[in-house]
Design a protein around this ligand. Structure first.
Ligand code: FAD
Ligand code: MLT
Ligand code: ZN
Length: 475
C-alpha cells in the first residue's frame, strides 16, 4: 500500500523536485523509499520526506538550492553501508535523502599519471576493477566494497585492509568536486601530486560524513600494481605474540606488507557458525592474516622466512601460506565475513577504536578485564587492522545489557591509552554523544565554527557528527 510519507508542508518542494529530476530521480512511495530509510545494521530506522536521485552535479546543486529555499534538510547517501547510521534520515518524514547512486560515471583513468576520476555514485569495486583493467591499483579495500560508493568512501575517509601500506582514503584524494549548502558547485578536480596553492579545502569534505557539503566527483590516486603477492594465516598464542610477529614482519618484509589483520577465536567461531567457513589453522586463541605484495621477486621465500622464524620463536603455533590466488581468497573470506556473521549472531555494541600499535595487547587485556567485571555475560568479538592500531572491539550483548554502559567501560580504557573512539567508521548518529564526551571542548567548539561557516542554516545531515543544538552555534 502506498502511504503519503512526507509532511504536507513539503508538497510544493516535492513537486518542484519531481519537475526538475523526472520520475527516475524522485521516490515518494514508502516501499520504494524503504531501503534508503534504514542503515545496514538496522539500528536506525527513519522516515524520509522523499528520496531524490540526481544524475548529474548540476541536478545535485539544484536539489540543494530547492531544499535550502524550502528549509528542508538533506541526508546524503551513498551505498548505505556505513556502520554509524550517518546516511539515514530521522523519523520526522521531513528530511530529503539525497542518493548519489545514479552518478556512476568513471570520467577518466590516467595510468601514467596514476589517477582515476570518478563520480560519487561509482561503486568502489567498479572503480577498483577499472584501475585493474588499466594495470593499476586503487588500494582502498574492505568487505563492503561491492556496495560502498566512491562519495561515501570519501565522506567517511574509509580505512580498510590496506591502510598499513597506502594510508586512509584522505591520502588517495587528489581532487574533489563538491556542492555546498547554498548550491554552489566548487570544482577542484585537479589531478596534481603537489598543490600548495592556498587552503587545501578538500580536506573539509573528506571524513565529515556529509555535514559540510556533498561530494559529487573525485580524482583518486592510483598506485602501481605489484606483480607478486603472498598471503599467510598464522595462529598465534596471544596478542603480544601478534605484536612480536608484526615487528618481525616489519623487519623482514616491511616495505611489502599490504595488510596485517588480527582475528580472535571468537570471530572465527562466528564465521564458522554463520558462513560455514573453517580456518585451516584452527580457531582457538588468535590468528593473524598477513598480505604482502611486491613487483620484485623473492617475496614468497621472504614470507616463508617470516613464518619459519615465527614458528621457531613460538610466536606462531601454526601457519599456512596460500598456494594460489584462490587459496588466498579463501583465507581472506574468513576475515571478510566477520562483520556479516556478527550481525547474524545478534545484538552487538561496536567499538571502532585505535590505540598506539604497541598498546594493543595491554588494551585488549585491560578491556577484557573491565568488561568481565562490569558487564558479565557479554562476549567480545575483537578483530581488525592491527597494523594500524585499529581494533574492532565489538561486544555481543543480551537484552539485560545497556549499550551506553558498555560504551563507557570500553571507551574508558581507550582514553587510558590516549586512543580514538572512531578509527575509521566515523561518528554518524551512533557516536554523537561519545564524541562530545571524548574530545576536548575546544575541539568541539572549533568543529561547530566550521559547521556554522559552511552550513549556516544547518541543512546538511543535521544530527550527524555534532548534536543538533550544537551544530550552528558558533564558538
Ligand atoms: P554511506 O553509508 O551511504 O554514507 C556514509 C556517510 O557518508 C553518511 O554520513 C552519508 O551522509 C555520507 N555520504 C555518503 N555519500 C556522500 C557524498 N557523496 N557526499 C557527502 N556525504 C556523503 N569502513 C572502513 O572504513 N573500513 C572497513 O574495513 C569497513 N568494513 C566494512 C565492512 C562491512 C561488512 C560493512 C557493512 C561496512 C564496512 N565499513 C568499513 C563501513 C562502510 O562500508 C564505509 O564507511 C564506506 O566508506 C561507506 O560508504 P557508503 O557509500 O556506503 O556510504
Ligand atoms: C571491518 O574491518 O571488517 C569492519 O570495519 C568492522 C566492523 O564490523 O566493526
Ligand atoms: Zn575495519
Amino acid at each position: 500500500m502506498t502511504l503519503p510519507a512526507h509532511q504536507p508542508q513539503y508538497d510544493d518542494l516535492i513537486r518542484r523536485l519531481g519537475a526538475r529530476l523526472g520520475p527516475a530521480g524522485l521516490l515518494t512511495d514508502e516501499a520504494d523509499m524503504a531501503p534508503f530509510a534504514i542503515d545496514w545494521r538496522r539500528l536506525f530506522p527513519g522516515r524520509p520526506a522523499c528520496v531524490v536521485r540526481p544524475s548529474s552535479t548540476a541536478e545535485v546543486a539544484e536539489v540543494v538550492r530547492l531544499c535550502a529555499e524550502a528549509g528542508a534538510t538533506l541526508v546524503p547517501q551513498g551505498g548505505n553501508t556505513g556502520l554509524a547510521g550517518g546516511a539515514v534520515p530521522d523519523g520526522s518524514a521531513t528530511q530529503v535523502v539525497l542518493s548519489l547512486a545514479r552518478m556512476t560515471t568513471i570520467r577518466g583513468i590516467d595510468p601514467v599519471g596514476l589517477t582515476l576520476t570518478a563520480e560519487a555514485g561509482c561503486v568502489l569495486k567498479v572503480a577498483q576493477d577499472a584501475a585493474e583493467a588499466a594495470g593499476r591499483l586503487l588500494p582502498v579495500s574492505f568487505a563492503a566494497e561491492g556496495s560502498a560508493l566512491v562519495g561515501g568512501v570519501i565522506a567517511t575517509n574509509a580505512g580498510g585492509i590496506n591502510v598499513v601500506r597506502y594510508g586512509m582514503t584522505r591520502g588517495l584524494v587528489l581532487g574533489l568536486e563538491v556542492v555546498l549548502a547554498d548550491g554552489t558547485v566548487v570544482d577542484g578536480l585537479r589531478a596534481l601530486r603537489k598543490d600548495n596553492a592556498g587552503y587545501d579545502w578538500k580536506q573539509l569534505f573528506i571524513g565529515t560524513e556529509g555535514t559540510l557539503g556533498i561530494v559529487t566527483a573525485a580524482v583518486l590516486r592510483l598506485v602501481p600494481r605489484p606483480r607478486h603477492g603472498a598471503t599467510a594465516l598464522l595462529a598465534v598464542p596471544d596478542p603480544a605474540a601478534a605484536l612480536r610477529l608484526f615487528t618481525l614482519a616489519q623487519e623482514e618484509i616491511g616495505d611489502s606488507i599490504q595488510a596485517f589483520e588480527l582475528i580472535s577465536g571468537t570471530s572465527l567461531g562466528l564465521v564458522e557458525r554463520h558462513a560455514g567457513l573453517k580456518s585451516p589453522v584452527g580457531q582457538a586463541g588468535w590468528s593473524v592474516l598477513i598480505e604482502a605484495a611486491s613487483s620484485l621477486s623473492g617475496l614468497r621465500e621472504a614470507m616463508e622466512g617470516v613464518l619459519g622464524t615465527a614458528l621457531e620463536r613460538e610466536d606462531a603455533t601454526d601457519g599456512v601460506l596460500a598456494e594460489s590466488g584462490r587459496q588466498a581468497a579463501e583465507l581472506w573470506a574468513l576475515r571478510e565475513h566477520v562483520t556479516e556473521c556478527e550481525a547474524r549472531e545478534g545484538k552487538s555494541v561496536k567499538h571502532d577504536v585505535s590505540v598506539p600499535i604497541t598498546a594493543i595487547p595491554a588494551f585488549l587485556d585491560e578491556a577484557g578485564r573491565v568488561l568481565a567485571a562490569g558487564a558479565p555475560g557479554t562476549r567480545v568479538n575483537a578483530f581488525g587492522h592491527m597494523g594500524d592500531g585499529n581494533i574492532h572491539y565489538n561486544v555481543l550483548i543480551g537484552p539485560e545489557h545497556s549499550s551506553e554502559a558498555i560504551n563507557a567501560l570500553v571507551h574508558g580504557v581507550v582514553d587510558r591509552y590516549s586512543g580514538s573512539i572512531s578509527a575509521e567508521h566515523g561518528i554518524g548518529q551512533y557516536r554523537v554523544a561519545e564524541l562530545a564526551r571524548h574530545r576536548h571542548p575546544d575541539e568541539m567548539a572549533l568543529a561547530r565554527r566550521i559547521k556554522a561557516a559552511l552550513d549556516p542554516e544547518g541543512i546538511l545531515n543535521p544530527g550527524k557528527v555534532l548534536a543538533r543544538d550544537e551544530e550552528t552555534r558558533a564558538g
